[in-house]
Structure formats: structure tokens, C-alpha cells
Design a protein around this ligand. Sequence first.
Ligand code: SF4
Ligand code: SF4
Length: 164
Amino acid sequence: MNYTDFIHNLDSRLELYFKEQKNFICCKKQCSACCEKGDYPLSQYELEYLMEGYSNLETSLKIKVQENFKKFKKGGKCPFLVDKTCSVYNWRPIICRVHGLAYICPTGEAKLPYCANEGKNYSKVYSSKELFCEPIKENLDTKELLKDFPDVVIRNLYDWLNYN
Ligand code: SF4
Ligand code: SF4
């Protein structure tokens, strides 16, 4: 399966998961707090797809992203975030697609979006490290999802962009 087919397939599953958990996912329009911590981990496959998205942007948007690239610091705001909106939404990496869901990670624990601790998603059913709702059973960790792709390398976005 090529990466484009894989991502379409993943999106179909995620659509169902987001529907299942819609009562706990309370993202408000223009909340971009998760993208403000945009130095996220991604693979070479996602990076290539992301850059394809970037190359498809209209010039004025591309210039804004380029300005963000110049200011991008390790752990900092994602350079693709423009006016609190993802400029490469259809091409965004896996972690951005699954973000917001509660799911079971390899240790068997539920992984929650960090903003549950800030009174946002899942806060209604989350208290003192206990989750009072059923998390998604599938492990949505990037490496696990890409297990059938050869030689997957995961690096943070900053490290990819500064990697020679
Ligand atoms: S996942 Fe959390 S931080 Fe991100 S947009 Fe939703 S509410 Fe905001
Ligand atoms: S790629 Fe898009 S969704 Fe992902 S962190 Fe950047 S702006 Fe947010």
C-alpha cells in the first residue's frame, strides 16, 4: 500500500473514532493550542507528504509559512500554522490526525490529548489520571500505524528540517 492509500484508509477509521468520542472532544474553532507545541514526531513518509502539501500552497500562504520556518525553534509553534489554521490540513502528519482522541497505547494505558489537563478535551470524563470513558482500542501511535512501511525513521519536525 502506498502512503496516500494508507492515509485515506486511516482517515476512514478515524472518522468513526471521532464520531464515537464526539461527546468528549470539545475543540473550539480557532483553538490551536496543540499546534503551538508543533515540534511533533513524524516519519520520512509523512514529511514527504507534508512537503507535497506545502508545494501546493498558493504563493501568499507559502510566504507566510516560510516566515514561520525562519522563526521555528525546537519545541516551538508549528510553522504550518497560519492565522490559527493549519495551512496543510489535508497533508498533515499522523499525530495531527489522531490528536484529540483517547486511545490505548502499547503499555495498555489510555493516552489522552494533553489538553485534558487544561480543562479541554476529555476533561468531563477525566480526573486525577483516571479516565471514565472507553478509549479507542487501536494503538494510534505513529510507529505502530506505519509498521508495514519499510525502514521507518521517526524524528521531530525541527530535527528533520535541520537534518543534513
Ligand atoms: S485538541 Fe485540545 S488543544 Fe487541540 S484544538 Fe482540541 S481542545 Fe484545542
Ligand atoms: S501540521 Fe497542521 S495540524 Fe499539524 S501541528 Fe502543524 S498546523 Fe497543526
